[in-house]
Design a protein around this ligand. Structure first.
Ligand SMILES: Cc1ncc(COP(=O)(O)O)c(C=O)c1O
Length: 369
């Protein structure tokens, strides 16, 4: 048994002394929030790093999703995936929108585009797919359907920091993409998030909405919300950007070791990448198949007994929680792939500070030693 717990993730934190000069600048400026200098610099640095036109920062990814739906005035029904973190579905319910669940592809675990059309009704206004684990959705097929039916596409891109296809950032797809910088993510600002906007006009609209709808001292144009990122979080993001390439490179090494050592394991299926040119190795999901000597939950427990806290992301499905269960598309007969995968999936620890010994230990337990 490991003498200290190993969690599914551990946030990357740069050396504390590197953060002090940023804090000194904030103290000097006495500007703590509301589009201060750190905020402006971080937005520009993110545009440059990610290669996207406009970034509107938020205090978390959920607020970014909520605001993206407001910005595009989405109502009625939105087609989405049950195989995600609850914030995806909750962002719809909080906006008074009915989620319509569509099953996932058994290889990518992202929404299956071939099932979307059958779920469209006269009330459908948008599609909210998730690039699950940072593996890109079939963005072209989704856009094709959206264009045919005049639907908006808002990507829940919470897992997708730094992921690229052959042309550029995955975050440029759809009408808007919302990303999370939560502590558990590849790139964190403690709490944080952003909406990736295609142009300045859209960003200005989003900026109004995230600041109570205020345009100037005497003008409020919409019933906005407080979604602003503080200067401390933005400053931390600027510092994190200096470390992110090394952090992702280390994740890549860990991913490779797991793959080499678990590839031939009977009853363990490794998820393959979904065709991205640059991956971020955000998660390391395995599927525990019937041929494996233990059930998924038995393996989960065996690891836990040895102080290793793998996580069953995403189990239960969003559609299985009580506030969704009554929706007809939430029934498991409509979602056979997602239902089966949720029973088999286990995400193994992956984070830059995970050392070789820990990886070997985890692999040995899975291999039954
Ligand atoms: C798929 C997905 N969507 C949305 C969120 C919400 O992001 P946040 O925690 O920053 O609000 C998360 C993560 O927490 C997530 O994993």
């Amino acid at each position: 048994m490991s003498d200290r717990p190993i969690y599914v993730t551990e946030p990357y934190l740069p050396p504390l002394e590197e953060f002090i000069p940023y804090l000194e600048k904030i103290w000097e400026s006495k500007r703590l929030t509301n589009n201060g200098s750190m905020h402006q610099q971080f937005e520009q640095a993110l545009c440059d790093y990610l290669g996207v036109p406009e970034v509107a920062l938020f205090n978390n990814g959920t607020m970014a999703l909520l605001t993206a739906l407001q910005a595009l005035r989405i109502t009625g029904e939105v087609i989405t995936t049950p195989y995600s973190f609850v914030a995806t579905g909750h962002s719809l319910l909080w906006n008074g929108i009915k989620p319509v669940f569509v099953d996932i592809d058994h290889k990518t675990l992202n929404i299956d585009p071939s099932r979307i059309e059958a779920a469209i009704t006269p009330k459908t206004t948008a599609i909210m797919p998730v690039h699950c684990y940072g593996n890109p959705c079939d963005v072209e097929a989704i856009q094709h359907i959206a264009d045919n039916y005049n639907l908006k596409v808002i990507y829940d891109a919470a897992h997708t920091f730094g992921v690229q296809d052959s042309i550029g950032s995955i975050l440029r797809h759809g009408d808007l993409s919302a990303i999370s910088f939560h502590a558990t993510k590849v790139f964190n600002t403690f709490e944080g998030g952003a909406i990736i906007c295609p142009d300045l006009k859209t960003k200005q609209h989003v900026n109004n909405l995230k600041n109570f709808g205020i345009v100037d001292e005497v003008t409020v144009v919409a019933p906005g919300i407080n979604g602003k990122m503080s200067e401390v979080n933005a400053a931390f993001g600027l510092l994190q950007l200096q470390h992110i390439d090394r952090a992702i490179a280390r994740r890549r090494e860990i991913d490779q070791v797991y793959r080499e050592q678990l590839n031939d394991m009977l009853g363990i299926t490794l998820l393959q990448q979904a065709g991205q040119k640059v991956a971020n190795y955000a998660y390391f999901p395995i599927l525990v198949e019937p041929e494996y000597p233990l059930s998924r939950d038995e393996l989960y427990q065996k690891l836990k007994d040895r102080n290793i806290y793998a996580r069953r992301y995403f189990f239960p499905l969003i559609s299985e929680f009580s506030m969704y269960r009554g929706i007809s598309s939430a029934q498991s007969e409509n979602l056979p792939v997602a239902t089966a995968i949720a029973k088999k999936v286990l995400c193994l620890p992956i984070y830059p500070a995970l050392c070789e010994n820990d990886i070997s230990h985890i692999v040995e337990i899975i291999r039954g030693n």
